[in-house]
Every structure is written in C-alpha cells, then in structure tokens.
Design a protein around this ligand. Sequence first.
Ligand code: AMP
Length: 474
Amino acid sequence: MTFEALGLNTSILKALTDAGYTKPTPVQEQAVPAAIAGKDLLVSSQTGSGKTAAFMLPSLHRLAAIEPAPAGKTPNQEMQAARSRGERPRFKPAQPKMLVLTPTRELALQVTTNTDKYSVNLRRIKAVSILGGMPYPKQMQLLAKNPEILVATPGRLIDHMESGKIDFSQLQILVLDEADRMLDMGFIDDIEKIVAATPDGRQTMLFSATLDGVVGNMARRITKEPQIIQIMTAANKHENITQRVHFVDDLSHKNRLLDHLLRDDTMDQAVVFTATKRDADTIADRLNIAGFSAAALHGDMHQGARNRTLESLRRGQVKVLVATDVAARGIDVPSITHVFNYDLPKFPEDYVHRIGRTGRAGRNGLAISLVNHAEGMNVKRIERFTKQMIPVNVVEGYEPKKTGSAPRSSRPGGWKPGDNRGGAKPGQRSFSKPGNGAPRRDGVSGSAEGYKGPGFKANNPYNSDRPRRSYGDR
Ligand code: AMP
C-alpha cells in the first residue's frame, strides 16, 4: 500500500516524501480513506503507531479541498481597522474548522509539530496549540489569526470558549486524541461541554488505547455510525522492547541499582518514571550530583520550562529525563534507549505507554522496572494486562537480599536465573552483557555494596526506605 493509493492530494504526498515516510502504517491504511470519505472513526491503536498522521492527513486533505472564504478581514485585521477608525477594537472570535483535543500539553505540541510538517505545502492552513500554562496574550495573538486548526488541552480551551474568544459554529472535524487518558485525568465534563458547542454535522474521530468501558460509552454518544478500527489493543505490543523487573530491598538499593544501570554503555538517553513530582525533582537533582545530565519533567513546571527541557532532551543535552506520567505519552525521541520505572505506574495501561517512550521509529528499547518485594502483585497485574511475562533480572553485586519474596521465580514456568524470555529476539540488539536476560557480569561495579557514585551520601534521604506517597501528586 502506498500513500498515493490512500487518495491524499499531491501537496500532502510531497510533504510525506520530504518527511521520509515511504508507506502508511496499518492504522493509516485503514483510517485515512474512511476519514477522507467523511466517516466518523473510533480507533484503538497503540502508541507510536502513526495515529497522528492517521487523523491529520485526511483532515488536511479535506480542509484543503474547502473553497477559501471570500477575502474578508482576519480578526487581527479587523481589530487594526477598528483602531485606525479610533474605535475600541472588539475581539472577533476565532472560528476553527478543526479541533484536536489532547490530554497533555506535550502531546498537543507534538500534534501541532507534526501537523506543520504535513501541511508545509498547504499555505492557507495553519495549526496552533492552545494550552494551559501558556501566557494568555500570546494565545490571543494566535487566535486572532483565525487558524483553521486548533490543538488544545480541554481546560484552557474552555476558558477561551467562555470568554467568547472561540466560536465553534464553523467546526467540521473534531478529534479526541488519547481519549481514555483524558477521561482518566477527569476531563469528562470539559469534553462534554466542548462537544456540545460544536455543530451536530461535524466529523468526529476518537483515538484511544481502549474502546471499552467509560470511553466506549462516550465514544458512542458523540459519534454517528462510526467505523471501528482496532489495530492492536493496549495489551499486545512493544515486541521490540525488552522488558525486565529488578527486585530491590529498599530505596537505597533502588538508587544504587538505578545509578548502576544508567551507566550501561548501551544507553543513549533514558526516561525514569516516578510516582510523584517531588520524587522527579529529587531524583533528577541526585542524578545530576552523581554526574548524569538529568532533568525533571512534571505538571508543576511552567510550560516554558517544560518545553525547554523537552528541547534539551531532543537535542541530546539531557541524557536522563526524570518524569511523572505527564510525560508518559507524547514524547517521541528516537534516541531514548532505556525506560526505568522507578515507581510502578498506578494503571497497567500507563506501563504500556511509559515503556513506549523507547523503541521508537523501529528501534529496539529496554524497559526496566525497579520493584519492591511487596509490589510483586502489581507486576502480575501488568503481566496480565500485557499478556507478557516480564523476566526478573539480577545484577551481580546488586542482588536483593530477600530472594525468597519473589514468588514469580518459583512458580511453574516462572523465571529462572539465565532465562532469556523477554530478551531481544534473534538479530536484535542485546542490552546486557553477556547474553540477554542474564545477570550482568561486566564487573563495572561488582562489589557487594555496589556502586557509590560521587553523589552517594550516607545521609541522603534516598538511601533509606520511606513510605510510598500517594499517586495523586502527579
Ligand atoms: P504517533 O503514533 O502519531 O505518535 O507517531 C509515531 C512516530 O511515527 C512519529 O515520529 C511519526 O512522525 C512517525 N510516523 C508516523 N507515520 C509514519 C509513516 N507512515 N512512516 C514513517 N514514520 C511515521
């Protein structure tokens, strides 16, 4: 299958060639022709499957086919004209033709960047991001240009709707990206309000890791005779990502092991996921002291700081990003070789999204979960969800003392030392030396006490165990 065969116009095809896309991904093969035909879509596809292009390419194709509006003034020009007449300019609301709702600012920016790439030869079509954390005057300037496409997080969009800055009466296409995530984050009322403000005749496309439960109910309410496309469920995926569990006795053990694993010479860049913002900051600080180029990313940071951190990650200046789940989706940096779950995620779905930060663009990746003995059940829950066994690994010099508390290794068919399950497939890159899945014997820091980097302090609060904080603090 080629992009030409999907029926896209030549300007978009040229942009795809320039972007280096040679053929559509499976979700694009199915979604693009249906969306060009104007059908509503309910799509469940995995992260990294090319879903942004699956909704954006047909939308750009349709928007490009719309006759340009008679050459009236843009809201910006009308305001200038009013000023020159000595009148107080009234803000004319933007009237977008397409709206993409995303759960996080990072994902919104990613969607806007990709849209710019796909629409580079469609000069009339502009996309802007409307995000929480961005200064209002800057957003008013963007809205005053009356862009065809808005990519927005729900909360800030509602602010602008309520203050009369956006009018959805001309909206033709509505996309809910990662709808399950938006519902998890409590945006249901905002979404209902936004949908109610759009015309009934719109085309609606909903993308979600799952189409079950609450998401499915909402999806049915807001779409009309949708075409359902299920490429892969959230559970069967990431075959290019080697997954491992390392059991740890306490936080001191966890920190020493993390430091050691981060020194793996196959590591290019890593994301370390924590349950709380505070831990993200503290661990990033600790890793910096230990000589890593680390940065934190979480929802308490201003948008400018978040953007700068992501840009440094993309440029390779930040080697280790320590993040809460706000970063679990949307980050698309192919050189991320390792993902660490410093804390396990609350939901198995989040595990899938977290580890999907590595193994991007057809590469292999390594996902390591550092797990307290008491968390064995949570690992099992993830295994049930992904229908994949995650092998337990032990690094020489960092062995957990409580070996008996890992029931997984003793169950029939469970992990045994040297097991290679979940390791790289033949022909794939191997991450541990020697042999995949085997304990490391490279002697980088093989003393019984393990590595104590320059930042290791005996009185560091992270050298002792502490109660887990609630997951509410993301
Ligand atoms: P997404 O699932 O939208 O986050 O896309 C994941 C990554 O795949 C992004 O880096 C896209 O630029 C890239 N991508 C999407 N479609 C294609 C394609 N047909 N060929 C090559 N890369 C693609």
